[in-house]
Write a protein that binds this ligand. Structure first.
Ligand code: HEM
Length: 500
């Protein structure tokens, strides 16, 4: 009897504690609006993240709740570009939230993507910068040219349709874009190209690995303690092995390549890995940064290629204007073959198209929470210490005050019209958030991504071929798991005869 009363008392104490802690969690941010379920439980956020449409859902709610609102008991989200400037500022007090632990998982040390301490992050980033900037890397541009040429050859070999001869060979541009970016990044990162384009398949299982693991990991990251479950051997045994095989193979390859750079007979090369080692990274840090680089540099740039092509194929006026600009530049000898990056930078409409494609379809959508150890004010609202503050990428990039009433529309011309300096600067700043803000939280691979984009649209996609959507009513499938992932962007490709 005495045991029963003890159990009842303990249970009552436990439930009282739970109710009190839930109530205090609720009240902490009670002054911030948001959907009722999100104020009570994190499961609202977890559920929407698991559907692969969190960014779109959040953006639709911002119209109802305003520039800052609650998406979980301890999480808020903002669609105000000025607030993002504050949160991501290089000298501000904000640092990354626990959500970033998903990038570390069971890795022995933090990488530049998972490090949450601002000082340690800055020290690590300083060692990586010379490699990422291309300063220590030979033949960066030639490496990109080679992969772009592989894509041209693949199209020539397998995917050219010909109306006159009744040949129809559609190509999934979503897949081939990832093949190209993987081939580029593997060559730059470890000096060994994955050759996805040559073999026309996902040779190292990168795509299967990303699509197989990202939805689960990103969903669990909304309740960070659950990430620990993935390290439990019993839970691991339940995960689909074939989908994770690619991740394991890439880790092994990165480890092996890095091992060659250390010891008595070490290989010294002027590639990115060589640069990381030169600037003081040990074996473990070096292979992990290489592994991270392949993950961070593949689907992001591939999304930029796919989605910009998708917007072009759906906007015949813009497509034609860009093709005319390229044709004129070739005729007048302003473009070599393959195109050099400086030449591409001098094509104003191409630059506008690239900006607009990235703005409307940001490859990184997600939540990127920052927290602060002291109380702050964001969008005029009090934010208690330890609150996760995230960005609503879609609303930010479609902000009508910045981009005008047609902010939802793909219109590269908006970047070319004469306007007040202040308006232009504001547009450039907000669009630039696609790569984070300069300094502390800026994308390390921005230069490499822009190099690929500057070449691929001219060289592959528009100089030689014409692209048309195969399924205009359902042109592609797009989901967002912090990274945007698209599949099934089927295109019909025919040869252009203008420059042959
Ligand atoms: C269009 C393509 C790309 C976009 C839009 C993009 C976007 C971003 C964004 C928004 C961040 C900041 C994330 C944060 O605040 O936590 C980031 C970080 C990063 N990106 Fe990219 N990225 C792209 C391509 C690449 C490429 C090609 C590479 C590798 C070569 C790369 C490597 C990285 C790394 C290592 C970081 C972490 C930087 C740090 O923590 O300081 N990215 N990227």
């Amino acid at each position: 009897m005495i045991y029963l009363s003890l159990i009842v008392t303990l249970a009552a104490l436990f439930f009282t504690y739970r109710i009190l802690s839930r109530t205090s969690r609720y009240l902490r941010l009670a002054h911030i609006p948001g959907p009722l379920p999100a104020k009570i439980t994190t499961l609202w956020l977890t559920y929407h993240q698991s559907t692969g449409s969190l960014a779109r859902h959040i953006s639709s709610l911002s119209k109802r709740y305003g520039p800052i609102y609650r998406i979980a008991p301890n999480w808020v989200i903002t669609s105000d570009p000025a607030a993002i400037r504050q949160l991501w500022s290089a000298r501000g007090p904000w640092h990354r939230g626990q959500w970033y632990d998903m990038f570390r998982m069971d890795q022995p040390v933090s990488t530049v993507l998972s490090e949450r301490d601002n000082h340690k992050h800055a020290a690590l980033k300083a060692k990586l910068l010379p490699g990422y900037s291309g300063k220590d890397v030979d033949n960066l541009h030639e490496a990109v040219d080679r992969r772009v040429a592989d894509l041209v050859q693949l199209i020539e070999r397998k995917y050219l349709s010909d109306d006159e001869r009744g040949v129809y060979r559609p190509m999934d541009l979503a897949e081939k874009a990832t093949f190209m970016t993987q081939d580029v990044i593997s060559e730059l990162a470890i000096g060994r190209c994955f050759e996805c384009l040559v073999h026309d398949r996902d040779t190292y299982g990168q795509m299967t690995g990303v699509t197989g693991s990202l939805p689960l990991v990103i969903t669990l990251a909304t309740i960070p303690w659950t990430l620990g479950l993935l390290q439990n051997p019993l839970v691991r045994a339940l995960l689909p092995k074939e989908k994770l095989e690619g991740v394991v193979r890439q880790q092994e390859l990165a480890k092996k390549q890095a091992a060659e750079r250390f010891g008595k007979d070490k290989v010294v090369r002027r590639d990115m890995l060589g640069s990381f080692v030169k600037h003081g990274l040990g074996h473990t840090n070096a292979w992990l940064e290489t592994f991270v680089q392949i993950g961070a540099g593949s689907d992001t740039t591939a999304t930029a290629i796919r989605m910009t092509m998708f917007h072009l194929m759906s906007s015949p006026g813009s497509y034609k204007r860009l093709q005319d600009e390229i044709d004129a530049a070739i005729r007048e000898g302003r473009v070599s073959s393959p195109i050099a990056e400086e030449e591409a930078r001098r094509l104003p409409y191409l630059q506008a198209v690239m900006k607009e494609g990235l703005r409307l379809s940001s490859p990184v959508m997600g939540l990127l929470p920052r927290i602060c150890d002291t109380e702050q004010t964001v969008c005029g609202v009090r934010i208690p210490p330890g609150t996760n503050v995230c960005w609503d990428a879609i609303s930010i990039f479609r902000n009508q005050e910045t981009f005008g009433a047609d902010a939802d529309v793909f219109r590269p011309e908006r970047w070319l019209v004469e306007m007040e300096d202040v308006d232009k600067k504001s547009m450039e700043f907000v669009q630039g958030l696609v790569f984070g803000t300069s300094g502390r939280f800026e994308c390390l691979g921005k230069g490499i991504a822009m190099l690929e984009l500057n070449k691929v649209f001219v060289e592959v996609l528009l100089r030689r071929f014409d692209f048309a959507l195969v399924n205009p009513l359902t042109p592609l499938t797009s989901r967002d798991y912090s990274l945007s992932l698209q599949t099934d962007l089927w295109a019909r490709i025919t040869r252009r005869h203008v420059h042959s």
